[in-house]
Design a protein around this ligand. Structure first.
Ligand code: ZN
Length: 579
């Protein structure tokens, strides 16, 4: 190699490592701020930044550049879930203060599990196009763990608070050290001290749980009694340039919080229809509100054992956590389980859920129409609200409340960025912003469900196929069909099976072959069997073989069996039953 060619070789090497360029050509861009679609555009991405956007015929693509043909496709900014909790799994054992099952699952084990699965949880979000998550109530332990995912192109960006500051602390969360999700604050001095204590862990903002007496007659008096503490926390946080998010679900607590400087209301007001003065207050202060319309029903549906999961949720959720919600069907403490079932399915409980939901939805419509900033958030991690998979259901209920698809998309993108003043960094498709994008196969303005038809996820400039982000394990595949079996959902049950699946009685008696034969037999069984429930007693995985020991309630019969699943090309190809 001559000196000259050596230099050009070096230049080539350094250029290709410094500049990685991708062009998405001929695509329709969603301008979420002007609420309009712009056709035939080419977007240039250099490393992790959008560096140019022009009409396709006006932007020349270098012949050696990576190009993605965006013809017929729609480009959206990456989505934000503006209200999640990593310390909660979404499963049955997530909140021992709501249902105490620590005898079944010690809480430290549950916490170990959520830490271990944090990477997968993040990938589940990225897989559905969520490139930013905002944890509004974490712990010091999660603030430390998130450092592992900094500059990771295979996980979303994470924004996080420390433990939430509260005037009431559920006793199960005491003495947890760095895992504590709550910090008790009883005086103004406590409030100031607790904010200062959090600074060392570098939270992005501060969260307050503004809780009042449950007695409706005492709500205002107790809200006002706690106000000096709330105000002290807000003032101290602002002194350190930290925004403050407040959990306030009554009109009075929400109003007092906003009047005293709260930047972000993380729930709907669900006790009364808001009036003009409240709307004007939020507008004047630029307060952002996250409605979290579904989280309450997640608890009620789980406890009343009236769990409804769409095929999308069955496909995208952590299958083990989703499966845990069904554990109530077989836990040994039947007295506790039946009490929860009875009280959650009571007329009173149903009426109160219905009332709060309808007030929340009506208030959302009022706020959105008035131009108050709404941000999409699920409150995922709470019992029955599973990470990532619950996002679509939240969008659907926002739609049902009367928001337009554009308003919903704005709430899911740019408004999420505005919560932490990050709108110059992400949230829309503009030059100099982060290349966090989703390329859709269909128009989300025609139908909000089209937001799930993702061709590519682009995270920090890295182009990813959604299915490559998180590889489904054989155990997850087996668990997914088990969940669908227990929910009697025939399509979701058959999804993990190969078209030419073979079902055997061990060792070699072929019972039937083919998914369609299976569909006939199982749909009839799902329809006609009362008390159908399969409990997993144990699972062994070896390579592509999963062996489940099951106890099946089948009408009034209970039997035990072993199922051996052989998985090939990511589908269940053969099953052997030992009965
Ligand atoms: Zn929450």
């Amino acid at each position: 190699m001559t000196f000259k060619t050596f230099v050009s070789f070096l230049l080539l090497v350094s250029f290709s490592s410094i500049f990685s360029q991708t062009y998405i050509t001929n695509v329709t861009i969603a301008d979420v701020e002007k609420q309009k679609l712009i056709k035939n555009q080419t977007v240039e991405i250099t490393d992790d930044i959008i560096t140019n956007i022009k009409a396709t015929k006006k932007l020349k693509v270098p012949s050696n550049a990576t190009t993605i043909d965006g013809s017929g496709k729609f480009l959206l900014p990456g989505l934000t879930d503006a209200h999640i909790h990593f310390f909660q799994s979404g499963g049955l054992y997530a909140r021992p203060d709501a249902i105490d099952l620590r005898k079944e699952m010690p809480y430290h084990k549950e916490l170990d599990l959520v830490h271990e699965s944090m990477e997968n949880t993040l990938k589940r979000y990225l897989q559905i196009g969520v490139t930013n998550v905002i944890d509004v109530g974490a712990s010091y332990s999660f603030l430390k763990q998130r450092a592992e995912f900094e500059n990771n192109n295979h996980t979303p960006s994470i924004y996080m608070t420390g433990p939430l500051l509260t005037t009431f602390e559920p006793s199960v969360y005491k003495d947890l050290g760095d895992e504590k999700p709550f910090s008790l604050v009883e005086t103004v001095e406590d409030g100031i001290k607790m904010v200062q204590e959090q600074l060392a862990y570098h939270p992005d903002f501060i969260k307050i749980w503004y809780i009042t007496s449950r007695d409706t007659l005492e709500v205002e008096a107790s809200a006002r009694k706690n106000l000096p503490v709330i105000k002290a926390i807000i003032d101290e946080a602002h002194k350190h340039d930290l925004k403050v998010a407040v959990h306030a679900t009554q009109r009075i607590t929400a109003q007092l919080a906003v009047e005293n400087g709260c930047d972000y209301l993380v729930h709907s007001v669900d006790d009364e229809i808001i009036k003009d003065d409240f709307v004007a207050l939020l507008k004047k202060n630029n307060t952002i509100l996250c409605p979290t319309l579904l989280v309450h029903s997640g608890y009620v549906n789980t406890f009343s054992q009236n769990i409804k999961m769409s095929n999308y949720e069955l496909l995208k959720a952590d299958p083990d956590q989703l499966g845990s919600l069904l554990d109530l069907k077989h836990l040994s403490d039947t007295l506790l389980v039946n009490n929860y079932k009875r009280s959650s399915s009571s007329e009173r409980s149903m009426a109160s859920l219905k009332k709060a939901a309808s007030i929340s939805m009506a208030n959302l419509k009022i706020l959105a129409d008035a131009g108050v900033l709404i941000a999409t958030g699920t409150d995922a991690g709470n019992i029955g609200t599973l990470h990532a998979s619950s996002y679509l259901s939240e969008l659907q209920v926002m739609k049902k409340s009367g928001m337009s698809n554009w308003q919903i998309i704005e709430a899911s993108t740019i408004n999420g960025a505005k919560i932490l003043n990050k709108e110059a960094e992400f949230g829309s498709i503009d030059i100099d912003k982060k290349a966090n994008l989703i390329l859709l196969n269909a128009n989300p303005i025609d139908d909000i469900n089209n937001i799930t038809l993702i061709d590519k996820v682009i995270n920090n400039g890295l182009v990813l196929e959604p299915n490559s982000i998180l590889k489904e394990t054989p155990a997850a595949l087996a668990q997914r069909q088990l969940n669908a079996y227990n929910l009697r959902n025939i399509d979701a049950f058959l999804e993990p099976y190969a078209d030419d699946v073979e079902i055997y009685n061990y060792p070699d008696e072929l019972r039937f072959k083919g998914k369609e034969t299976m569909r006939k037999g199982y749909s009839k069984m799902f329809e006609n069997t009362p008390n159908l429930h399969c409990e997993l007693l144990g699972r062994i995985v070896q390579g592509n073989i999963v062996i489940d020991k099951e106890r099946v309630q089948f009408g009034d019969k209970i039997m035990e069996a072993v199922a051996i699943y052989h998985i090939e090309n990511d589908k269940i190809k053969r099953v052997y039953f030992i009965q």
